[in-house]
Design a binder for this molecule. Sequence first.
Ligand SMILES: [Zn+2]
Length: 339
Amino acid sequence: MTQPEIVLAGPGRLELRWGELSDPGPGEARVRVRRIGVCGTDIHAFHGRQPFFEYPRILGHELAAEVLSVNGDSTVQPGETVAVEPYLNDPDSPASRRGKTNCCESLRVLGVHCDGGMRPEINVPVSKLHLAASASLDQLALVEMLCIGQHAVNRSRVGKDDVILVSGAGPIGLSVISFLKGRGKRLVVADLSEKRLAFCPEMPGVDATIQVGPEIDFEKSLREASGGGLPDLVFDATGSRASMLSTFTLTAHGGRIVFVGLFQGEVVFDDPNFHRRELTVMSSRNATSSEFAQVIAAMESGEVDTDPWITHRIPFGDVTARFGEVISDPLLRKAVIEM
Ligand SMILES: [Zn+2]
């Protein structure tokens, strides 16, 4: 079939084109895309700041969809609404065989490494569709983003005695915070932006916020907010080298650091300091299938409420004209494209 597609032809150039969609292959479903979350990756690609990103590309990896048809046996039926897990892994790869489908050697992410969902219909492996019992389309469009936080929290092995710092209060930081409620002893959130931080005290579980800036002594503020010492567990969701470097000296002895945000370059640390503290540093990438189910359950039980996160809505037909304006709005928390 032929359908309209929004193609990122190059930095700053979103174009409406017509494209072909083949019939779904064996084990694939044809789905109608209903909502698309706009993510930092999309914004970086639009600005031409996503290294190794290849143009032209159809963006869109945070997808709420409706099943239209299935080629083969399936756990989903036409008419059902689903969240799409956009991580296309090779099930025979060594990482996948160890259950690490999120970081498989030949992983391709829909809308990043291959064409994504900014079009009315796409084909997706049935194994990558996650059924919702009662979640709304808006909620389903935010599932992938929340999964990034859920995966990072699962990686961290957070315990009830942990004093926790989350650096970066953008959508990924908020996703991490969502799954820390009631998990540690104390939760501190830091960001450069007053506007981003303003949303945090409303989130359950947040004990203190710190606005980072040249005029404050961050370590002193952090110790005060943490109850005297340094945090035992630090999540860095900034993607900033300076922030990531600072975690090595701002984490308590014996503590853990989880890099959720990605910096495109080298992060070099001082080994004696690293050893003295016996730090554990982890990266966190994407999420696994079981975490998609975990996140949908948390949304449906009301444990995580993402409705206040959506600050902007763009109809599909307006995306090429309004995308640049929406992503540069300082009030942007999360934008959703509506089909
Ligand atoms: Zn995303």
